[in-house]
Ligand binder design. Structure first.
Ligand code: BMA
Length: 821
């Protein structure tokens, strides 16, 4: 929803404000929307929080109270005026000319206090006083009837569960812990002329004849009764209504009849047709992008338990995606452009779903506009994660208003698929001594919160797709959805958090896996932005501070010992961590996709990073692709072939998955690769796969792979897709790899600034990875070459290169990574 400024009715208050600590000791300017840490850093008052160990040096910021202030001129203060504020983070009071206009404590609500009596003609001041997040959390914890535990492993800054603000602000197992504060949305003074638009809600009815009725409900708010001129406009079809409004809220409906609708489809399943809806008063206006589609969640019982499948426009869609965390730990460092780039990378890697995880934000409208355009369905959590929460009346009331606002704000987006109660709150009941000792009390308390959310969702949007929690095995099921795979969605963390082997992913058959992940280091060029050369050692204090999961570095290194020979130096350690991350997630996805339609979704943890850190992300902070993201693009391709070993390890099955609407036939060529890089043809197979299905294209006996060789294949599909892969029977460390003998020819194209790299191998080159400090994307990466084979890779820099300054490229491959020769 976009509110359009209307001349004379809207006084923008965003821009430059004065920022000061409440005692006046520290002063600078702050740009709103924005956060205090970035303002202080830009003013030179604190060091860059992301560099080195500066996180430790900036802790005091969250302990203080802060004041932001500005003045504005009002040519005429007559009439009714209100402030329009959202994303106010968090416990804050707003004062206009010294009068208290608002006391806010929920960054997920929109506030519109009436300030008519506080304004004057000429110069006015507005000031926002932010309580310390640390102090506000502690004070609220004290007021609870009983202690409400929070996850100390995730949140070094305590009591974040008391505050309605991004939970990862208090730290997370991938986030910097600095409890930011500020205002990240709208701040404006608006005139109420007869009425304003409070909400716009849409509902679609898809008729049997294919036509669609789009019912638009505008909720108008007025102080006094009157007549408002209201316009509804859908792609130029414009209707004017003169509406009699009462004091308070008035609902006005209009139905658009669309006889030949263009439907909205998820990426890969059809076009993303969008209509533009405008609801307009002379003094206010709301725009919404509308996609016409039906969406259902199929949970019918079956022999294994019950299904978990999304059906869009009558067609089941296998969901391929990743979890989204906030684009940046500090709002001022994020932007619509950067977010679009991250979401584009999701689409480019063949995703069709994003899960907006419950420890961050309900994102800005433009985030969902982008998802609508890209065809990324959104699994939307409510913002509760991994903690226990209060269930006092005031807290639940606050939550109910938040839910009502967010559901009305976002539900018209075609991309919004599911509303989910929270992230991992059921599991969290088992994490704390208090809740283990007195499960009854904490479970009832949880249910009160969960019920409040559910009731508010269904009231705001009857018929909304609702799922109580992620993971959950079903309605009112408080079992262990981390390990139970028969029904519901699953968070499968046994490989990372329980140190199981990659093969262990094949021990479960999820219906829908909404979280599973494996860490890697962020790429070397990103490490260079926070670590000096002397810190480039995985056990250095700087690198340890940029690893937030206790035991994470040990897990990465331990896993490497399990599968690989030890890398020769730090850059190769980083490289290999990314390859092993990709292999872990590939193992899971390939197997679970092959179970289709038993399994209907794989959403790995996590797409992006909030700052430069070791994490489970496939994109680096800043948006570069880690090695894994190139693998994701391949293993999420709608038509994909994978080699999956049997449980007894005696045979290998080539699974063929087809997520498209058409039959596909595939030409599969299977070969053996020797350590010298010779490719020896083994067999050619032709296979067919029905639309929206998975099948077995071929099966080999493991004995057909001679010792000391690899199995390799490539395929082309009748729809033009294709791919390749290799399989190691055993571990990579057991292979006596020989030098890859890579050589490269570079060619620079001035017209578009891209660089072509022709990479040729003399021997076997596995996981060839090209890297440069210059930001940019590669047409492909982390690929294999046999002896004599070459590949042309195009590097497109993010910004045009300076003339005559070609970047230096580094090349990695598995052999050179693990050996000094
Ligand atoms: C999941 C998430 C996050 C966390 C991740 C990695 O459980 O919900 O809380 O960051 O695991 O541990």
């Amino acid at each position: 929803m976009t509110s359009l400024p209307k001349n004379g009715f809207n006084i923008e208050l965003s821009g430059s404000w004065q920022l000061a600590s409440a005692d006046g000791e520290i002063r600078s300017v702050i740009t709103l929307p924005g956060d205090a840490h970035t303002a202080l850093h830009r003013a030179g008052l604190i060091p860059d929080p992301y560099f080195g160990r500066n996180e430790e040096k900036v802790q005091w910021v969250a302990e203080r109270e802060w004041v932001v202030e500005r003045s504005f001129t009002l040519p005429d203060a007559e009439g009714d005026w209100y402030l329009d504020i959202d994303y106010l983070d968090t416990v804050a009071s707003v004062h206009v000319n010294g009068f208290l206009a608002l006391e806010a404590d929920n960054s997920f609500r929109r506030y519109r206090p009436d300030v008519s009596s506080m304004l004057k003609k000429g110069e006015n001041t507005i000031r926002i006083v932010f309580a310390s997040n640390v102090a506000a959390g502690a004070a609220r914890q004290k007021q609870q009837p009983f202690y409400i535990p929070y996850s100390t492993g995730n949140s070094p800054i305590p009591d974040g569960n008391m505050l309605r603000k991004a939970q990862c602000h208090f730290g997370w197992d991938w986030n910097i812990a600095i409890a930011p504060l500020g205002l990240y949305g709208t701040i404006a003074l608006k005139k109420l002329e007869t009425a304003r638009i409070e909400h716009v809600l849409t509902r679609q009815t898809h008729n049997a004849d294919g036509s669609v009725e789009l019912q638009v409900t505008a909720t108008l708010f007025a102080k006094d009764p009157g007549i408002a001129q209201l316009y509804f406009d859908l792609d130029g079809e414009r209707v004017r209504l003169d509406v009699g409004v009462n004091a308070g809220e008035t609902n006005v409906n209009h139905v658009f009849q669309i006889d030949n609708p263009r439907l909205w489809w998820p990426s890969g399943s059809g076009e993303q047709a969008l209509y533009m809806l405008t609801v307009e008063l002379p003094s206010d206006s709301v725009k919404k992008q509308i996609g016409l589609r039906t969406i259902e969640l199929i949970t019918t019982p079956d022999a294994a338990g019950s299904r978990f499948a999304f059906k869009v426009n009558g067609r089941e869609i296998f969901c391929r995606g990743a979890n989204w965390i906030p684009a940046d730990a500090l709002f001022s460092l994020s932007s619509e452009e950067k977010t679009e780039d991250l979401l584009q990378s999701a689409k480019a890697a063949n995703m069709n779903m994003i899960r907006v995880w419950g420890g961050g934000f309900y994102e800005h409208d433009w985030f969902y506009d982008i998802c609508d355009r890209l065809g990324l369905m959104v699994w939307q959590d409510f913002m509760f994660a991994c903690n226990l929460y209060p269930s006092t009346e005031d807290f639940l009331e606050n939550v109910a208003v938040e839910v009502d606002y967010q559901v009305r704000r976002l539900s018209s987006h075609a991309s919004i698929a599911l509303w989910c109660g929270d992230n991992e709150l059921v599991g969290a009941l088992t994490w704390f001594e208090e809740s283990r000792r007195d499960r009854d009390r904490y479970l009832v308390s949880y249910d009160r919160l969960n019920r409040t959310i559910e009731v508010a969702v269904k009231k705001a949007l009857p018929g909304a797709l609702w799922w109580p929690s992620s993971p959950a095995s079903g309605y009112l099921d408080y079992g262990d959805a981390w390990h139970a795979d028969g029904s519901g969605d699953m968070h499968y963390w046994s490989v990372w958090h329980e140190n199981k082997s990659f093969d262990n992913y094949r021990s479960v058959r999820p219906r829908f896996c909404s979280e599973f992940g494996f860490q890697s280091y962020t790429s070397l060029p990103v490490i260079k932005t926070y670590a000096d050369a002397k810190d480039m050692n995985v056990a250095s204090p700087v690198m340890e501070l940029h690893q937030k999961n206790a035991g994470g570095n040990e897990r990465i290194a331990g896993t490497m010992f399990r599968y690989f020979r030890f890398p020769k130096d730090f850059p190769n350690f980083v490289y290999l961590s990314q390859i092993q991350q990709g292999l872990a997630i590939k193992t899971a996805v390939e197997y679970w996709r092959s179970l289709k339609p038993h399994c209907m979704g794989t959403i790995y943890w996590q797409l992006n990073d909030t700052w430069p850190v070791a994490s489970w992300s496939s994109l680096d902070y800043g948006g570069r692709w880690k090695a894994m993201h190139y693998l994701v693009k391949r293993f999420f391709q709608p038509v994909a072939v994978a080699a999956i070993p049997s449980e007894d390890g005696k045979s290998i099955r080539f699974s063929l998955v087809n997520d498209t609407l058409e039959d596909v036939s595939v030409d599969l060529s299977i070969s053996i690769l020797t350590m010298k890089g010779e490719r020896k043809h083994l067999k050619s197979v032709q296979a067919m796969c029905a639309p929206d299905a998975a099948c077995t294209a071929a099966t080999l006996d493991m004995s057909e792979i001679p010792e000391g060789t690899l199995l390799a294949w490539h395929f082309t599909a009748s729809n033009g897709m294709g791919g390749e892969g290799h399989y190691v029977n055993g571990t990579y460390k057991a292979l006596e790899l020989e030098p890859a003998g890579l050589s490269v020819i570079r060619e620079f194209f001035e017209e578009n600034g891209s660089i072509d790299l022709d990479v040729t191998a003399k021997g076997l080159a596995l996981f060839v990875m090209i890297e440069t400090d210059v930001d940019g994307k590669y047409s492909d990466n982390a690929f294999d070459l046999a002896a004599g084979e070459s590949r042309r890779i195009t590097f497109t820099p993010a910004k045009p290169l300076e003339k005559g300054k070609l970047p230096e490229f580094r090349f990695y491959d598995l052999h050179s990574c693990q050996s000094a020769d």
